[in-house]
Every structure is written in C-alpha cells, then in structure tokens.
Design a binder for this molecule. Structure first.
Ligand code: PMV
Length: 361
C-alpha cells in the first residue's frame, strides 16, 4: 500500500456540477539533471531540474458529463480522431489519482487533445499531455469545491497529480527552471511535486534556446516504465543517483553566475550518463543512432571552431536537444540549416526556448 498524502485529499465537495468543459495548454520540458529511476508511487530516486519549453506543448479540452454507474468512462481524441490506445494509461492514472480526485468515477470524460509537435516526432508528449490533463481535472475540482485552492496550492496539487501520470510531467506546470525531487540544499524541494527553482538564475538562462533535432520519429525503443525499471538492481544505480544529486549541488553556482563552460560540461555529462545507464543495464540498449553521434560531433566541432557555447542534451531516445544562448541564435540556426538538418529524419527539427509554464485556455 502506498502512503496517502492527506495534504492533497480534498474536503467533501460543496457544489454539484452536471456537465461542462475546461481547457489547458501545457508545455514539455527538457531536463538538465536527469530523472532516471523511481520507487513507490512515481517517486524519484534523485533530484532533477529542467527548462520548461514554450512551443512544444499539448492543448487539452476536457468535457465532462455526470453519470450514475461505477467505473471510469474515458474517451480520448487526438486532433479529433479517437485514440483508444491512450485510454489504458489514463485509466491507470485515474486509479492512482482517485483518493485525490474522488469525482473521477462520477463523470463521463472526453479528452480532446492536440500537440503542437507532430505526434510521431518521438518527442515525449507524456509530460505535456499528463500535466495538461491534471490541470483540467483540477479546474473541474475547483468548480466542485466552490472556494478551491490558492494559486500556489493549485499548482502544487497539479504537479503532484501530473507526477502520478508521468514523473517528468510534474516539472511542466511552472515556467523557467523547475526542480523535482527533495534535495537538502534546495529549499522547498519535494519528491511529491515540482517547484520553481528557488535560487538566483543568471539572465542568460532566462531565454535559453533549445532546438530539438528529430533523428528518430518512431516508437520509443524503451518505454519510460521499462527504462526506469532497469535501474532496479543496476550495478551503477547508487553511483548514478549520487552523481545526479551532486550535479544538483554543482549546478547552483553555474546557474547563478552564467558560467557556460561549466554548464556545458555538466549538461552533456548528464545526458551521456543517462545513456550510459541504458548501455550497462540488463538487458542493455543503445538508444542513440548514428545520426545522433554525427550531430554531437558536429556540435563539438562548431563549439571548438567558433567558441559559441552551444551544447547538447538527450532524453531516453535518439533525438538531440541543442541548447544555446539566445544571443547566438543566428549562428546556431545557420549551423542547423547547413550541417545538422541533413542528419534529421526528413530534415525535421523544432526551434524552442524557455517558456512560462502552463496556461488556462
Ligand atoms: O517522465 P518519464 O517517466 O517518462 O521519465 C522521463 C525521464 C527522462 O526524460 C529521460 C529524463 C527527465 O528527467 O526528463
């Protein structure tokens, strides 16, 4: 039995709501210090920090109609087309969210969702999708509650719920830099929900850019569930969790001072360490493709030749996130057009940058 977090269990509802709809747009995020390995009910083994993105986002409109019978009734439409494949994941999310949203069986739900990026792009839509859904459900709860939560309480519970759907989704509610996972040296940090990074941040990071270079647009080789599972009994698991927690400590002066050389070293090492976990797990996986390595090498050559502080990070897949300060946008975008695009599937990439967080529509 997982512990019940009383703080997020609502008081008996005061209003009755027959039907209606609510809508949110929620962004994706890119981790600088990676979350990889979990325990209990979607609790992280180490602290992570991410930039919230802006353009890569999911818009979700949740329609609800009260019903009498028991059980969940969920229909999902992606760009207007029914997606029965998405339902089991949402049912699983509803099952663990029930104590915190006890109305989930009282309504028939239709989830109308669309992504700003192509669904087949290989970009994790679970962070933006789950956070958008969690926010919609909380908006419905606010109607049932009358007074509802404070703005801060709302965000906290939204992050808590999003985490139950997909761990990294916890970091998609707030904008800027967001931390998830308790860390001694980061005030207010928690395993249960993400919080805005509370320390000083140099202005270079306020509008940092991320171009997602789409190398592989197919299904993920390793699902997140399987991937996190590989960390159980992994020979380097404890060292990895220590490394990530140490990197959280190390990134603080870097974020405060804008030391981009140190930023690059930390961020690229984090990405490669994440992949090293996959290379050394049982069973083992190689998630990079030849094009991933070709792009990384070209980024390194570009950095050496021009001195421009562009670097890469990776998620649990082959796509490359190219991170760079906004002031170097033009030169980096020339590099993408002239050199990197050729390695992307059908020449596809998405220009993005640090965003403001989720938005009610
Ligand atoms: O949220 P999940 O369970 O899909 O995990 C994603 C983990 C990484 O994207 C690989 C790293 C991270 O911190 O976002």
């Amino acid at each position: 039995m997982s512990a019940l977090h009383q703080e997020f269990v609502p008081k008996p509802y005061t209003n009755s709501v027959e039907s209606g709809s609510v809508a949110w747009k929620s962004p994706s995020n890119i981790a600088l210090v990676k979350y990889w390995g979990k325990h209990g009910q979607q609790l992280p083994k180490n602290t992570s920090i991410s930039f919230t993105l802006d353009h890569c986002a999911t818009s979700t409109r949740l329609e609800f109609q009260s019903k009498q019978d028991q059980g969940f009734d969920i229909t999902v439409l992606l760009d207007g087309k029914a997606q029965p494949d998405f339902v089991p994941k949402i049912e699983k999310f509803f099952t663990i969210a029930m104590p915190y949203l006890p109305f989930l069986e009282d309504y028939s739900f239709t989830v109308h969702t669309s992504n700003s990026f192509p669904h087949s792009s290989g970009i994790a839509s679970s962070a933006s999708g789950m956070s958008a859904l969690a926010l919609c459900l909380l908006d419905l709860e606010a109607q049932l509650n009358g007074n509802g939560l404070s703005e801060e309480g709302f965000k906290k519970k939204a992050s808590f719920l999003a985490r139950l759907g997909s761990g990294s989704a916890a970091r998609s509610i707030d904008g800027g830099l967001v931390v998830w996972g308790e860390h001694q040296e980061i005030a207010g940090s928690s395993d249960l929900f993400a919080v805005p990074y509370p320390e000083a941040v140099h202005e270079v990071f306020h509008d940092f850019c991320d171009t997602v270079l789409l190398v592989d647009t197919g299904e993920k080789i390793v699902s997140s569930t399987v991937g996190h599972g590989l960390m159980h009994g992994h020979p380097f698991a404890e060292q990895r969790f220590d490394q990530a927690n140490n990197n959280m400590q190390a990134i603080k002066p870097i974020l405060a001072s804008g030391d981009l050389d140190a930023f690059i070293t930390l961020v690229e090492s984090e990405a490669l360490s994440l992949h090293a976990m996959m290379l050394t797990s049982s069973p083992y996986f190689i998630l990079m493709k030849p094009a991933t390595l070709a792009i990384i090498n070209k980024i390194w050559s570009f950095r050496k030749e021009t001195g421009i502080p562009a670097c890469f990070t990776l998620d649990a897949g082959a796509n490359v996130h190219l991170l760079y300060p906004a002031q170097h946008k033009q030169q980096v975008r020339d590099l993408i057009e002239n050199e990197l695009k050729a390695h992307c599937k059908e020449g596809a990439f998405i220009h993005d940058q640090v965003g403001q967080g989720a938005l009610r529509l």
